[in-house]
Write a protein that binds this ligand. Structure first.
Ligand code: HEM
Length: 399
């Protein structure tokens, strides 16, 4: 029996800011794979079960190529032709093109390399906590803490002058925040492209000690480097920023878990993995079938679009015990918050270092940290945003 979901939900349940929309949870309860008629009439699929999402991600018969993604899950774009991803923007490419760009970067984001960064992350975190203390006892945690820390670090890694962060941070917010018109979105993208073209030219003229300059010695063209830098910058701070802010919000709403994390620093690594699973801020991605594929008892025809709900999969009770409970002591690994397969997050070790350092440092510096507004008044990103999170998080503490 086929199950159908007629539209993707655009809101979450009031009072449940951390849970996937109930329509998606209910869809998974009915079937791990549902029919999904796209607004333009295309008959696609929505996959919500953990095992099936993971198996699509591991299967080269499902493509990430941008030019195949002409069906939008929320709006009817009509009969448009989507161009291929620009050179270097490897998130939306398949192998072998994808690995041309990913391969030279892998060695720069290893566990070892990222652990070496720990001290710098600690320093940057301490500076921001000092500034918060001075500005307090009330701040918006998003602007004072969650955004600037990953932003400083990715800028330093890539060799983007930190003074330039303001403009690209704002532009990247526009790409991923889901709240601007198409015109503004295109303007933000074009401005970032322009900025990165100038940055690559500046590195060529005067290489410095950073990931982007290291890549100048390869056969990659400036246009390709620009595309790679765009992917790294846009993937590299908004995601972690939203995990820091939403993660703090989730801990404040779960005081027993918060107290355990404060009391037992050895819980930190597991706590970060559990927050990644529970919140899954990078919540939905798409793939296109390149040939007919049997999946969960259905035939996915070649050319069909498949929506993968990572956050619903990460709440699958067949994979995780009491999946809707935030349990920092959970032993079950293997969440899909960083995806799986060839596109699995390149920056996951960096994100882990940032979260493992910054979250406990915040909690230890402010033992009485709490929301400064009722939880219902916290401004959430809309469900249509590519990356979920909070727009602002007013917090306060005793002095
Ligand atoms: C908690 C923070 C983060 C989350 C939740 C996250 C999540 C993800 C996810 C789900 C994907 C795969 C998308 C797909 O399946 O198509 C991805 C890809 C990627 N991420 Fe992250 N990410 C985070 C932080 C970072 C950071 C700090 C960087 C910095 C370099 C980064 C760089 C990338 C890149 C370059 C890709 C593309 C990989 C490829 O296509 O081969 N991410 N990320």
């Amino acid at each position: 029996m086929e199950h159908t979901v007629t539209a993707l939900p655009t809101t979450r349940q009031p009072g449940c800011p951390f849970d996937p929309p109930k329509e998606l949870i209910e869809a998974r309860e009915q079937s791990p794979i549902s029919r999904f008629p796209f607004p333009d009439g295309h008959q696609g699929w929505l996959v919500t079960g953990y095992d099936l999402v993971r198996s699509v991600l591991a299967d080269p018969r499902f493509s990430s190529r941008k030019e195949l993604m002409s069906h939008h899950p929320l709006v009817d774009l009509g009969d448009i032709e989507v161009p291929p991803a620009p050179p270097g923007e490897f998130l939306l490419m398949d192998d072998p093109q994808h690995s041309r760009y990913r391969k030279p970067l892998v060695g720069k984001f290893t566990v070892r390399r990222m652990r070496l960064l720990t001290e710098r992350v600690e320093q940057v975190t301490a500076e921001h906590l000092d500034a918060m203390e001075k500005a307090g006892p009330s701040v918006d945690l998003v602007t004072a803490f969650a955004k600037p820390i990953p932003s400083v670090i990715i800028c330093e890694l890539l060799g983007v002058p930190y003074e330039d962060r303001g403009s690209f941070q704002e532009n990247i917010d526009k790409f991923l925040g889901g709240e601007v018109s198409d015109e503004e979105l295109i303007a933000a993208y074009t401005a970032t492209q322009q900025y990165l073209a100038e940055l690559v030219a500046a590195k060529r003229a005067n290489p410095t000690d950073d990931v982007l300059s290291d890549l100048l010695d390869s056969d990659l063209t400036d246009e390709e480097l620009q595309g790679m830098a765009l992917i790294l910058l846009s993937a590299g701070f908004d995601t972690t920023a939203n995990m820091l802010a939403l993660g703090t919000f989730a801990l404040l709403q779960n005081p027993e878990q918060l107290a355990a994390l404060r009391a037992e620093p050895e819980l930190t690594d597991g706590a970060v993995e559990e927050l990644l699973r529970y919140l899954s801020v990078a919540k939905t991605f798409m793939r296109t079938a390149l040939e007919d594929v049997e999946l969960g008892g259905q035939t996915i025809k070649a050319g069909t679009a498949v929506i993968l709900s990572y956050n619903t999969a990460n709440r699958d009770p067949e994979r995780f015990t009491d999946p809707h409970v935030l349990n920092l002591r959970r032993q079950e690994g293997g969440h899909l918050a960083f995806s799986h397969g060839i596109h699995q997050c390149l920056g996951q070790q960096l994100a882990r270092v940032e979260l493992r350092v910054a979250l406990p440092a915040l909690l230890n510096r402010f033992p009485t940290l709490r929301l400064a507004v009722p939880a219902e008044e916290v401004g959430l990103r809309p469900e249509t945003a590519d990356i979920y999170g909070v727009k602002s998080l007013p917090v306060t503490w005793d002095v």
